[in-house]
Design a binder for this molecule. Structure first.
Ligand SMILES: *[C@@H]1O[C@H](CO)[C@@H](O)[C@H](O)[C@H]1NC(C)=O
Ligand SMILES: *[C@@H]1O[C@H](CO)[C@@H](O)[C@H](O)[C@H]1NC(C)=O
Ligand SMILES: *[C@@H]1O[C@H](CO)[C@@H](O)[C@H](O)[C@H]1NC(C)=O
Ligand SMILES: *[C@@H]1O[C@H](CO)[C@@H](O)[C@H](O)[C@H]1NC(C)=O
Ligand SMILES: *[C@@H]1O[C@H](CO)[C@@H](O)[C@H](O)[C@H]1NC(C)=O
Ligand SMILES: *[C@@H]1O[C@H](CO)[C@@H](O)[C@H](O)[C@H]1NC(C)=O
Ligand SMILES: *[C@@H]1O[C@H](CO)[C@@H](O)[C@H](O)[C@H]1NC(C)=O
Ligand SMILES: *[C@@H]1O[C@H](CO)[C@@H](O)[C@H](O)[C@H]1NC(C)=O
Ligand SMILES: *[C@@H]1O[C@H](CO)[C@@H](O)[C@H](O)[C@H]1NC(C)=O
Ligand SMILES: *[C@@H]1O[C@H](CO)[C@@H](O)[C@H](O)[C@H]1NC(C)=O
Ligand SMILES: *[C@@H]1O[C@H](CO)[C@@H](O)[C@H](O)[C@H]1NC(C)=O
Ligand SMILES: *[C@@H]1O[C@H](CO)[C@@H](O)[C@H](O)[C@H]1NC(C)=O
Length: 570
């Protein structure tokens, strides 16, 4: 950027070309030579070299035009100038190109114009040194800086008031060599821990990106005699619960205090902010060496805090200012946690109480209530499933908010929530077994009843039928019995070895051929029944062949429950 500016300055000089001799009214005038424009802060200066041969009362006049204008406009402050320079301040956009032309005039004759190459005023402008005002206390000096350029009305630096940096050199006049160099972008600074009744001096220069000013003149001030009432010391800032706490130290107990705050931003604005300090609520005329005030008073910004002591007749100087990024101290509320157990997992819900920040994660600590060995999870999600837990075991969790800011702050942990996991899939077996046993007993009882009924009929109402036989029942394989009874029911129900077979059966596009193939496959795979009990195998094959999707109306849990138990025909 600096290089390009220098290049531009060269072009400006090199591009200036000599105006030719011209006659407007018979008489000829020589045009001015090597016209240059310089800008320091808000002072624009047009400078030229008059022609030496010119005689009589020669004057010079300049016009200007910006890229937005069609016509040349007479430059105010630069008309009929007898000397070789003029100062002016154009009310234009300083970020747009401007061009100038100058000519010599004498009575009715004028020279031709000398054209200055166009340039952007802001780029060409140089910085002047800042202005300084000093104010003394007994052991401190307050430095007020004023940015270069006009302070009233339009300035070329108006848009950049917040971008200035200042380099200060501060020293005690008597002790040479002990200079303190300070870089700041605040318009008000304060030097502390100085000696009383001593002369201190300061010079300053301003900087705006690549533009650097020269040093200002040296300003000096004497500190005052020691003030009786000392200012409070060691101001600290902290947070407790939902409040901020400002504390300080003071030797004398018989005084009252008041504390004030200021937006750090105020120090960046180029005017006197000494009256922008504000009283902290509940922190006026306090006798304690601390103040507690709600966090809601302050946003997440940088502030300055200061405290003053008063003994009724007299007030101290202000304490050293304490710079505070409230965000660093603000309390983060813990999340609210709830939990639901499913089969072998816990479904955890965490919720930050309100939107306190932008990027954060939850840290969840999980432990078995009995063991206290902790598992740590970090998640951005507010609902988390933690799988693979022991069934029927009480687990506890707590969670906190982790902020991903420059301080890595955390909230305190939430309340502990405990929950017992539900019986898992495997653990459900002990619950299913008695149900099945009861069902089987019911079926057996039903058959026995039926047989007894038949025998009863046979005894009391004999018909020509073979006698009922208990042996026949006892010879029946267990599974066959179950199947045969289910055959008698209106609802067709089949015990199928594996769920794969069920899926195959459900496929509606399958042809009978496929059914046959799959059923024979499945009967081979699970040879338990197909080989040992031929009739049952045939029955199942037959059933599979008959199966239609809508025929699968048997309660799924029973089929699956039985198959998972290995309760098939074998
Ligand atoms: C005017 O001329 C003198 C010598 O003739 C030269 O030193 C000076 O730089 C010139 N000024 C400008 C503005 O060109
Ligand atoms: C220049 O102007 C003054 C008055 O402004 C006049 O007295 C003088 O005669 C003029 N000189 C010439 C050479 O015109
Ligand atoms: C300038 O022009 C005016 C009329 O426009 C005339 O009266 C005067 O004599 C002229 N002066 C010279 C020096 O030519
Ligand atoms: C600074 O000190 C010098 C001698 O060391 C003295 O001459 C000068 O007056 C002092 N300046 C001020 C402003 O006191
Ligand atoms: C500071 O005090 C000394 C005397 O102690 C005096 O000579 C000097 O002028 C004072 N300087 C200023 C800037 O007031
Ligand atoms: C913070 O809260 C606790 C209990 O909630 C209370 O005992 C304590 O006094 C509070 N502290 C402040 C500074 O408010
Ligand atoms: C402030 O802190 C310093 C260092 O810890 C200590 O020496 C000084 O006595 C404290 N000031 C007060 C008024 O207690
Ligand atoms: C504190 O001030 C009270 C009056 O406000 C006075 O009676 C008392 O003596 C003072 N104590 C000290 C130690 O100065
Ligand atoms: C305050 O001033 C009054 C009279 O002006 C005086 O009597 C009193 O002692 C002073 N108090 C203190 C603490 O200096
Ligand atoms: C039980 O767990 C299985 C897998 O682990 C899952 O697919 C199923 O949805 C769970 N059941 C419930 C009620 O959460
Ligand atoms: C967790 O364990 C403690 C004893 O260590 C017991 O008092 C408490 O009831 C248990 N909580 C749950 C949810 O099981
Ligand atoms: C915050 O955490 C990140 C990553 O965990 C780490 O790189 C960084 O140094 C931490 N910052 C502070 C101030 O602890």
């Amino acid at each position: 950027m600096l290089a390009s500016l220098e290049a531009m300055a060269l072009v400006l000089v090199a591009g200036a070309w000599r105006g030719s001799l011209a006659a407007a009214d018979g008489k000829s005038q020589k045009a001015p030579e090597t016209v240059e424009v310089s800008i320091i802060d808000d002072v624009f200066t047009l400078q030229w070299n008059g022609s030496q041969e010119s005689v009589g009362n020669v004057t010079y006049s300049a016009d200007y035009a910006t890229s937005e204008m069609d016509n040349w406009i007479k430059l105010p402050g630069c008309q009929h100038i007898t000397g070789s320079k003029c100062d002016f301040f154009p009310l234009i956009n300083f970020y747009e190109e401007i061009k100038f032309r100058v000519r010599a005039e004498e009575e009715n004759s004028t020279s031709s114009w000398y054209y200055v190459d166009p340039f952007i005023p802001f780029q060409k402008a140089r910085l002047g040194p800042p202005e300084v005002r000093l104010e003394a206390e007994d052991k401190a000096v307050i430095i007020y800086l004023f940015r270069p350029g006009k302070r009233d009305g339009t300035s070329i630096w108006d848009m950049d008031a917040l971008s200035f940096e200042f380099s200060l050199v501060f020293w005690e006049n008597s002790s040479h060599g002990e200079e303190q160099e300070i870089k700041t972008n605040f318009y008000i600074s304060k030097m502390y821990d100085l000696s009383t009744e001593t002369t201190y001096c300061l010079k300053a220069k301003a900087r705006l990106s690549w533009k650097v000013s020269a040093y200002s003149p040296v300003y000096c001030i004497n500190t005052t005699a020691e003030h009786k009432l000392l200012p409070p010391e060691n101001v600290t800032f902290g947070a407790r619960n939902q409040s901020y706490v400002l504390t300080w130290e003071y030797r004398d107990v018989n005084v009252t205090f008041r504390a004030q705050w200021l937006h750090a931003f105020s120090k960046l604005t180029p005017w006197d902010n000494s009256n922008e300090w504000k009283q902290i609520p509940n922190c006026e005329n306090v006798r304690t060496t601390y103040c507690v005030f709600p966090q809601s008073v302050f946003q997440k910004k940088e502030y300055y805090f200061r405290v003053q002591a008063s003994d009724g007749n007299d007030t101290s100087f202000w304490s050293k200012e304490k710079a505070v990024q409230t965000e660093m101290y603000s309390t983060i509320l813990p999340p609210v946690v709830s939990m639901k157990s499913t089969n072998d997992s816990l479904h955890v819900f965490v919720k930050a109480p309100k939107k306190q920040f932008d990027t954060f994660t939850y840290e969840i600590i999980l432990w078995e209530n009995a063991s206290h060995t902790e598992r740590k999870l970090v998640s951005k999600r507010s609902d988390i499933i933690i799988p693979g837990l022991k069934p029927l075991t009480p687990y506890c969790i707590k969670a906190r908010v982790l902020l991903q800011d420059k301080w890595n702050k955390t909230s305190v942990f939430s309340a502990v929530v405990c929950e017992k996991t539900k019986p898992g899939a495997a653990a459900s077996i002990p619950w299913v077994i008695p149900v099945i046993v009861i069902l089987l007993l019911a079926v057996i009882a039903f058959c026995v009843m039926k047989l007894l009924w038949k025998c009863f009929n046979y005894v009391f109402f004999p018909v020509f039928k073979p006698p009922c036989s208990i042996e026949h029942f006892s010879e029946q394989p267990f599974g066959n019995l179950l199947l045969s009874t289910s055959e008698e029911q209106t609802e067709k129900c089949f015990i199928i070895e594996n769920t794969q077979s069920v899926i195959i059966v459900e496929e509606p596009e399958e042809t009978d051929e496929d059914y046959r193939k799959y059923s024979s496959q499945s009967s081979q795979d699970s040879g338990n029944y197909s080989n040992e009990d031929e009739s049952l195998g045939n029955q199942i094959s037959e059933a599979l062949l008959q199966l239609k999707p809508q025929a699968l109306s048997c309660p799924g849990e029973l089929v699956l429950g039985l198959s998972s138990l290995g309760l098939h025909s074998s």
